[in-house]
Every structure is written in C-alpha cells, then in structure tokens.
Design a protein around this ligand. Structure first.
Ligand code: C2E
Ligand code: MG
Ligand code: MG
Length: 498
C-alpha cells in the first residue's frame, strides 16, 4: 500500500487523483442506476413474457380450433354435415381393404333425387336446401352407424355399407329408403314430394376397385332412373350388356350424323268438322345401314344423353323448313309445320339465332313454323326460358307444349309462357273411353286451353269413339292414327290431294 501511494505520489498530481476517483464514483453511480433500471426492466420483461406466453397459448388454442373446423370442412359437406366426396373416397377405400381381409361384401348405393330440380325451381333454393337436409337425415336414420352416408354434390348422395353378408340385406335398406323418401313432407310451410332412384353395386362382384365399383353402380343408377322414378336396381350382366349396346349405339349415331342418315316423316293434323289439314308434325327417323328404319324411341334418349341431339335436331329443323318451302313452291295450301325441340337443344344459348339463320337460309315463312317444347323446359331456368320464347315469338314462330299433362303441369308457369297450343298426351287420349280419370284430365286440359285462350290438340286418337268423346268435350284439333299415320314425303302429297 505504502508502495502504491508512493507510486501515486511519485507519478500523479493528487488533484488529478481526486478527479479520477470522483469520475469513478460517478461511473459507479451510473452503473448502479442502470442496474436498478434494468432490474425494473427485467421485472417488466418477465411480466411481458408471461402475457406473451398467455397470448401465444390462446392463439394456439384458436389455431387448433380452426384446424379442426378446416379438417371437418375438408371432410364433410357444409349443408348437411354428411361426409363429402373426399371423405367418401377414403372410407370406400377403407371398406374395400377391410372386405378384402375378411372376405365379405361392400355395398355401394348411389342416389339421385327425383324432381329435385323441379322442387328447386318451383319452391326456391331455401326449400331445395331443406329437402337436401331432410333426405340426409332420412339416410342417416335408416342406415347403420357403421355405414357411411355422403353427399357427393347437388342432389347426389351415396351410402357405403361395409361388412355385408348378402344382397337381401341391402335390398331391404333400399326399399325402406324408397318408401320413406317418397312421402310428402312439409318444408317451411310448403308441401314437397320428391323420391329417389337408387343404383346398387357390390364389391368385389361388380368391381374390384373404387373406380370399377363406382362405374358399375352408376350404370345401375342410370338404369333405375330409366325404369321410372322411385326404384332401385342392382348392377347385373344385363346392364353391362346394355351399356355395351349403348356404346355401340353412340358410335353408330356419330357415324349417322356424318353420313346424314336421318330423314323425316310427317303426320298431318286435322280440324273437325270437315277434316281439313291444318298442320303436320315432323318426326325424325334414322335409316340405319343394317337395322333399317329406326324409330325415335330407340335413339332419341341416347342421342340426348350423349349430347348428340342438338346436332341431329338442327338437321331436323333445317330439313323441315326446306321441305315446307318446297311444298309451298309446289302450290300446296299453307299449313303449320310442327318440330319437336329437345330440352338440351332449347337450352343452348344460340338456339334462337340458329332458328333465325335456318329461316333466312331456307326462306320458310316463320309464321308457319311451330316449335314443340315439353313441360320440363318450363321448369329449368324459367326466366331465361320465357325470354327465349318471347324472342321466338318475335321471329314469328308459334309455340306449343307437347305431351301436356305428363310433367309437372305447373299452371302458374303456364300463365307466364307465351304459348299458342297445348297437345294432350296420347296416354290420356288412348284410355279416355275406359278410364274416367283420363277422360277427366283430357276435359280439364280442353277447358284450361279455353280459359288461357290457347288451342288444344289431342294426340294419339286411334278410334272413332275416342274422337267422338273428345269432340263432345270441345276438342276440334286432332293428330292420330285414326286420321293418318306419319308418312314419308313421297306419300304426303298424295294424302293431301285425297
Ligand atoms: P311426339 O312428339 O309426342 O310425337 C307423336 C308420336 O306419337 C309419334 O311417334 C307418332 O307416330 C305417335 N303417334 C301419333 N299418333 C298416334 C296414334 O294414334 N297412336 C300411337 N300409338 N302413336 C301415335 P314417333 O314418331 O315414334 O315419335 C316419338 C317421339 O319422339 C315424339 O313424340 C317426340 O317426342 C320424339 N321425336 C320425334 N321426332 C323428333 C325430333 O325431330 N326431335 C326431337 N327432339 N324429338 C323427336
Ligand atoms: Mg311432338
Ligand atoms: Mg306428344
């Protein structure tokens, strides 16, 4: 120590030493303050940390909740809460794997609601949604807990039944579902009646993997729908054969379009008394190179199903207008030519402009063109349909409703449609003398026509009795075998002169 002081003394001025020590004290005070401040900071930091941790935990909990919701959304259909298409695939895969191991069946059922579109259009989408919820509740109700009920989209539902021992078990469920779903229900105060068609396929019998099973089950569903509403159908070899035949038919139809194998027959329409010909209906035929003359019942549906009907339909309209012009030039008196328009054809955006182009090209008088639409056209995109019909009327064409009484027959829509004629379906005409209900329907349509100020024509009159009853009820326009069958162009002029 003495040595140090001596050193200091020897080296430094004492005043400097004091200054140095003072600044050292200040430095230390500053450090002390800083340490104190940082201690406060540390406490605050700890508090902040705690809050941050709580927040993070909260956020984590929320994120987990979101994840759960997202996962559920990815697996289920938001409207009905049923499994969606993805989840359906996963569960079907699982069921097939299990069945492979255990050696039993998996049944797949595919559903298509009858008249769902009509319900939607007629009662509005909220009731359509309620119907879907009602259907899903019924499906869940009738199936087992181990079954999967899924909504694949729109009005398509599916049920997977794993662990099935035989097809009877599945048939029972299908029967019960058909019964339950065809009952009328009240949804938001409106009475709605739907129904369902069901196609059924069994793994491994009808398909060895998801794709195979789905395809055959879908074919069974198509068959069930074709056989009429409210039915179920198992896939079988006959369906397989049919679908093979369907593919051949489709191929032939494509060739027929290229080779222009379609022709028209014409069935005259008569006005009583006097039996003047007031019009003709153009009816398409297909001259098949091997099968001979094929009737519409044997190919129209397939053509419609395969999207070929628009092409065929355009050829029909064109040929009929050309024929009409030729008859006019040959000096035949003017009469209407009625042409059947398929729903798909009518729905095409360019339908009206196509008609206009054909009229321009052929020079056929639009006033003599009558377009026959079906009631189903009224039910789909109603406002758009009405707008189109008005544009057709502006062109000069007239409009009729074909097969009236066989569809939804909504009177409210009928009032809004600018139509000139109702054609009583031949199913009513033909049973008129034996079934009082059909007679009542025919009479109702005749009176409806009077009220709405539109013409009524009875189709399919085959006997004098039928014609007499209809005349008695106030009908004066007829088309039927009693008057004339559809005839080829060559025979038509002869028929006219007689
Ligand atoms: P539709 O429009 O109701 O035509 C009347 C059908 O009833 C015709 O059958 C006609 O031959 C038949 N028919 C007429 N009078 C009688 C009768 O007294 N007794 C019986 N048993 N039948 C009678 P066709 O020619 O076989 O046509 C069937 C259906 O095919 C038509 O029914 C129509 O819906 C459709 N169709 C025909 N041609 C065309 C077409 O060019 N385009 C479209 N989209 N459909 C067509
Ligand atoms: Mg027709
Ligand atoms: Mg008809």
């Amino acid at each position: 120590m003495t040595q140090k002081i001596t050193q200091l003394q020897a080296e430094e001025d004492p005043r400097l030493t004091i200054e140095r020590l003072q600044s050292r004290v200040l430095e230390l005070e500053d450090t002390q303050q800083r340490v104190e401040a940082s201690a406060t900071d540390t406490v605050a930091m700890a508090e902040d940390l705690l809050a941050a941790r709580n927040q993070a935990q909260e956020a984590l909990k929320k994120a987990q909740e979101y994840e759960e919701t997202i996962r559920e959304m990815a697996l289920s259909d938001p409207l009905t809460g049923l499994a969606n298409r993805n989840e359906f695939h996963r569960r079907l895969e699982e069921a097939i794997k299990l069945a492979k191991r255990e050696g039993n069946f998996v049944a797949l059922m595919l559903f298509d609601l009858d008249r769902f579109k009509e319900v939607n259009d007629l009662f509005g989408h909220p009731i359509g949604d309620e119907l879907l919820k009602f259907v899903s509740a019924q499906l869940v109700n009738v199936t087992r807990e181990t079954d999967t009920v899924a909504r694949l989209g729109g009005d398509e539902f599916a049920v997977i039944m794993p662990n099935v021992d035989d097809s009877n078990e599945v048939a029972l469920v299908a029967e019960r579902l058909i019964h339950d779903l065809s009952q009328p229900v009240t949804l938001s105060g409106s009475m709605v009646q739907s129904g369902t068609s069901i196609g059924i396929g069994l793994y491994p019998r009808d398909g060895e993997d998801i794709e195979g099973l789905f395809k055959t089950t879908d074919q069974a569903l198509y068959e069930a729908k074709r056989e009429g509403r409210n039915g179920y159908r198992f896939f079988d070899e006959a369906i397989n054969e049919k679908s093979r035949a369907g593919r051949i038919l489709e191929n032939d139809l494509r060739l027929a379009i290229v080779r222009d194998e379609f022709l028209l027959h014409y069935q005259p329409q008569f006005l009583t008394p006097g039996n003047d010909i007031i019009g003709v209906e153009a009816l398409v035929r297909w001259r098949h190179p091997a099968r001979g003359l094929v009737m519409p019942v044997d190919f129209i549906e397939a053509a419609e199903h395969n999207g070929l009907m628009c092409d065929i339909g355009r050829r029909v309209i064109s040929a009929a207008c050309r024929q009409g012009k030729a008859w006019e030039e040959a000096g035949l008196p003017p009469f209407q030519i009625a042409i059947n328009i398929s729903p798909r054809q009518f729905q095409k955006d360019d339908f009206v402009s196509m008609i206009k182009d054909i009229l321009d090209q052929t020079g056929f008088d639009p006033k003599r063109l009558e377009l026959e639409i079906t009631e189903s056209v009224m039910m789909e995109n109603t406002d758009q349909a009405i707008e189109k019909l008005h544009r057709l009327r502006e062109l000069g064409a007239s409009l009729s409703i074909d097969d009236f009484g066989t569809g939804y027959s909504s009177l409210a829509y009928l009032k809004r449609f600018p139509i000139q004629k109702l054609k009583i379906d031949r199913s009513f005409t033909q049973n008129l003398t034996t079934d009082p209900k059909d007679a009542a329907i025919a009479e109702a349509v005749i009176n409806l026509g009077k009220c709405l100020g539109v013409e009524v024509l009875a189709e399919g009159a085959e006997t004098k009795d039928q014609v007499d009853v209809l005349i008695d009820k106030g009908c004066s326009r007829f088309q039927g075998f009693y008057f004339s069958r559809p005839v080829a162009v060559e025979d038509f002029v002869k028929l006219f002169s007689s």
